[in-house]
Design a protein around this ligand. Structure first.
Ligand SMILES: NC(=O)C1=CN([C@@H]2O[C@H](COP(=O)(O)OP(=O)(O)OC[C@H]3O[C@@H](n4cnc5c(N)ncnc54)[C@H](O)[C@@H]3O)[C@@H](O)[C@H]2O)C=CC1
Ligand SMILES: O=C(CO)COP(=O)(O)O
Length: 328
């Protein structure tokens, strides 16, 4: 048993559970806070999260709790809640000044704030870093090779967190471009919905490639306007994650889009979901943030219209294809 201070994980969904398993596989004790009592009990008694990561045995070094006080004394806190709930959940934890490693991908609705801004407001005094990249939770938990971006303005903090989380098959690359790491992860979820629509409506593989490339152009325009660097947007947390989630039904966002493309209604698909498809919540706030900066994001606008039910799939496609010709 390791004598090191545990790492805390806030959020017992698929990604929080997978990250807890990565840390524990390296011999680090992990205290995983989850809001769902049956998840806590199953992890402690059966070493499995049957609700969000079924069929994946977890290390005995992962101990679950629903008591925020159990995270006092943790060396760092990985924050792995859905983006729209992060502020509310963090406000239930008394700030202890531990570093926060933010792992959610999204932009907060209404405030239009990125996760690092929300975390700084909810837990002032805690240094903040971001983890993002092409990472399906079930593959990470199975120990399959994965590379991620770990971003912090304080490079020493990024390096320390990278050393704590790195495993032979889990390889963080550090950067100080926090905005770049966050924007790639948030925007790709919206574009994954659009790619799923292309699949569901059987528009073909040329259309999907065009959408990934033009989607990346949208991500880049928005990212650069927010101070992100091109090399981050073209790296693991941007283009890397875009390619992953725009090509697989393992992505909840892509699957949501596929079902929209097959003609199902967004309101039916979004009601009573157990798992989170962040792109549905990010799309409207991203579009608004882009409008305020004078940035054109036609694919994001089409996703917004499909989710709001103001356009059907045929009209959304017609709208995108009838835009004036322009330089690439
Ligand atoms: N699953 C994955 O492969 C990856 C997920 N992420 C990101 O991690 C974040 C968490 O996603 P997952 O772990 O996949 O979640 P999930 O879809 O597996 O589980 C849903 C989570 O949302 C929580 N939740 C549901 N309703 C809530 C409410 N009203 N208030 C507070 N929490 C509520 C549940 O307790 C659960 O932890 C998201 O931002 C996602 O984009 C990032 C990388 C990979
Ligand atoms: O972020 C992810 C992979 O990097 C998970 O994608 P989904 O949320 O679309 O399942």
């Amino acid at each position: 048993m390791s004598m090191e201070a545990p790492i805390g994980v806030i959020g017992g969904g698929a990604w929080g559970t997978a990250l807890a398993q990565v840390l524990a596989a390296g011999g680090r004790p992990v205290t995983l806070w989850a809001r769902n009592r049956s998840v806590v009990e199953s992890i402690n008694a059966l070493h499995e999260n049957p609700v969000y990561l079924p069929g994946r045995p977890l290390s005995a070094l992962v101990r679950a709790t629903d008591d925020p006080a159990a995270l006092h004394g943790a060396a760092a806190l990985l924050v792995v809640t859905p983006a729209q709930h992060m502020r509310m959940i963090l406000s239930g934890f008394a700030p202890q000044g531990q570093p926060l490693l933010l792992c959610a991908k999204g932009i907060e609705a209404h405030s239009r704030k990125f996760m690092h801004e929300v975390a700084r407001e909810a837990m002032p005094g805690s240094p903040v870093a971001v983890l993002s990249g092409p990472t399906f939770a079930h593959e990470v938990a199975a120990g399959l090779p994965t590379a991620v971006t770990l971003a912090a303005e304080d490079e020493a903090l990024a390096r320390t967190l990278a050393e704590w989380i790195a495993q032979p098959a889990f390889r963080p690359y550090v950067t100080d471009d926090v905005a770049g790491a966050e924007i790639g992860g948030a925007v790709k979820n919206v574009l994954a919905i659009a790619c799923g629509v292309v699949e569901g409506a059987a528009l073909g593989q040329n259309a999907r490639a065009a959408l990934i490339a033009r989607g990346f152009a949208e991500m880049t325009r928005f990212g650069l306007a927010c101070g992100a660097r091109l090399e981050t947007l073209a790296g693991l947390s941007g283009l890397g994650d875009l390619v992953l989630t725009c090509s697989s039904t393992s992505s909840r966002n892509y699957t949501l889009g596929k079902e929209l493309g097959e003609g199902r209604k967004a309101s039916d698909l979004l009601v009573d979901r157990r798992t989170v498809a962040e792109g549905a919540f990010t799309a409207p706030v991203l579009l608004e943030a882009a409008r305020l900066r004078g940035i054109d994001m036609p694919i994001t606008a089409a996703v917004c219209a499909l989710i709001a039910g103001t356009l059907d799939v045929d009209d959304a496609i017609r709208t995108l294809l009838s835009r004036p010709l322009r330089a690439e």
